[in-house]
Design a protein around this ligand. Structure first.
Ligand SMILES: [Zn+2]
Length: 271
């Protein structure tokens, strides 16, 4: 039968063709949430095929709620959603991966929040987001498996810049395009997209010196997989240098500061 033709119902009146399903089911990770009204909660979800979307979990803050504790952030969920006018509506949810070890210790949990915020800021609503979904999911697996949170964060930031199409240049000077050599003096210039050699003059205000060891570690983050990175032995000062370099780079790529960073830094200072 032609799907566009009206369908004669048993009652003798004509109806429009059957509309698309009102509900759909997807994997999802809760990136953030806020409370609405007396008992509802609005979730920002990342899903592989429907991208980022906002969904309302009605009555979820009541102790008797059926959805209850399942809609926690930083867990992989299987969610059934009904299309709604303003937000989609969560109708069923089950937990796929809870990543409890990650969520139960402070620094991994604070790092999970930071990574979720970066994903949130990188996505527009309703654009397919499978690579970023898989990246976030993998980062949570690594945190849950006990990889150092700082290593996971740098690994994730570097791959995020790939996804955003702004991977930092660490092999050539961003101005003169010359291959960088170990005898060069390096400066890290995020607004220009990477490393600058000593031949370039100019105001030093937004140009930070970068050590050879830090440059090598940045290259490692581009070339090595997470398993290899987890095994690297690096002096803490070099880790800090690369942390600050990548944070600056990501802040400029996303055009804003991450709100979760002060908390993450506080947690680490308390260790
Ligand atoms: Zn140069």
């Amino acid at each position: 039968m032609d799907g566009d033709a009206p369908v004669r119902s048993g009652h003798g009146c004509y109806r429009d063709r059957v509309p698309r399903p009102r509900t759909f089911t997807t994997d999802a990770i809760v990136l953030s949430r806020f409370d609405l009204g007396e008992a509802d909660r609005v979730l920002t979800l990342i899903t592989p095929h429907d991208g980022k979307l906002k969904a309302i979990a009605k009555g979820v803050r009541r102790p008797t709620s059926r959805l209850g504790g399942s809609v926690e952030p930083f867990a992989e969920l299987r969610v059934q959603l009904a299309h709604g006018r303003t937000f989609d509506v969560v109708t069923q949810v089950s937990v796929g991966h809870a990543w409890l070890r990650m969520r139960d210790s402070l620094e991994p949990a604070a790092t999970a929040w930071y990574l979720a915020e970066l994903a949130d800021r990188s996505l527009e609503e309703r654009h397919p987001a499978e690579p970023l979904y898989l990246l976030l999911r993998r980062a949570y697996e690594l945190l849950d498996a006990g990889m150092a949170p700082g290593r996971v964060a740098r690994w994730y930031e570097m791959r995020l810049t790939d996804e955003l199409g702004v991977r930092p240049e660490v092999d050539r000077c961003v101005e003169c395009d010359r291959m960088l050599e170990s005898t060069d003096t390096f400066r890290w210039v995020p607004p220009l997209g990477g490393v600058l050699c000593q031949r370039e003059a100019g105001p030093p205000s937004d140009r930070t010196g970068l050590s050879l060891d830090a440059l090598k570690l940045l290259k490692a983050y581009q070339r090595m997989d997470a398993e290899g990175l987890a095994l690297l032995r690096v002096p803490p000062a070099v880790e800090r240098e690369v942390e600050s370099a990548m944070r600056d780079f990501v802040r400029i790529a996303l055009e804003r500061d991450a709100r979760s960073l002060p908390f993450l830094d506080e947690v680490r200072a308390g260790h």
